[in-house]
Design a protein around this ligand. Structure first.
Ligand SMILES: Cc1cc2nc3c(=O)[nH]c(=O)nc-3n(C[C@H](O)[C@H](O)[C@H](O)COP(=O)(O)O)c2cc1C
Length: 207
């Protein structure tokens, strides 16, 4: 009987002790997540939601605030029309006006920048964002989706437009091929693949 009682007490003590420890750990995790969330900004541009999906995966893993870039004058829906307009904007160095304004940029020390490849470059609206917002002293991390032709000059442009930032290794994956009518691809196997790749990449760069 003595043995049974002490076993019973031992198991209660153990279970309770374990719960307390777990509580402490999860409380600590929540505190850490809150601190991280306060400092991370995820800014992205996305027309057919592939880059947006990557942005949301990143946010789920690191926390932070998610902001989509919107234009005062949105681009045309038609693919040929937007291609022509973007070509011209790149030729002229035109920077479209953004509707999105970030008033409390000083509160963030880490900024993820997400954009599709357009014309083998960084899309003009992201160039506008980086020209209007000084990211000096911050850690800047680019991510990208494209039709399979890669990031082009876009990641180099991040370095050029953020000369006083610490730029970490970016992430890029194949997204839609709007030219061929393939718009949103971030579902099923592809979504699982991207979630895994993003987790590995974030860990590699220190998150
Ligand atoms: C105007 C325009 C130009 C594009 N130019 C390229 C390009 O030069 N190279 C490339 O690989 N994909 C190009 N794409 C395809 C996009 O990069 C690809 O579909 C991307 O996944 C779209 O991301 P989103 O769904 O977040 O908008 C272009 C798409 C558009 C709309």
């Amino acid at each position: 009987m003595k043995i049974i009682v002490s076993l019973f007490l031992f198991s209660i003590f153990n279970v309770t002790g374990c719960n307390v420890d777990q509580k402490k750990v999860s409380q600590k995790q929540t505190e850490t997540e809150t601190v991280l969330s306060k400092n991370i900004l995820i800014v992205y541009l996305s027309r057919t939601n592939n880059t947006e999906t990557v942005a949301k995966i990143i946010q789920k893993q690191v926390g932070g605030d998610l902001v989509e870039l919107e234009l005062v004058n949105p681009y045309p829906e038609n693919y040929q029309a937007i291609v022509q307009q973007v070509d011209k904007e790149n030729e002229d160095g035109f920077l479209p006006e953004l509707k999105t304004k970030i008033n409390d940029l000083e509160n963030y020390d880490t900024v993820f920048l997400g954009f599709p490849t357009w014309d083998m470059q960084m899309p003009p609206p992201m160039k506008s964002f980086l020209s209007n917002n000084d990211l000096s002293g911050k850690t800047v991390i680019p991510f990208n989706t494209n039709a399979g032709y890669g990031v082009g000059s876009s990641f180099r442009t991040v370095e050029e437009l953020c000369p006083n930032s610490t730029i970490l290794e970016g992430y890029s994956t194949k997204g839609g091929i709007e030219r061929d009518g393939i718009l949103f691809v971030m579902e099923g196997e592809k979504l699982i693949e991207v979630k895994n790749q993003v987790a590995t990449w974030l860990e590699k760069i220190g998150f």
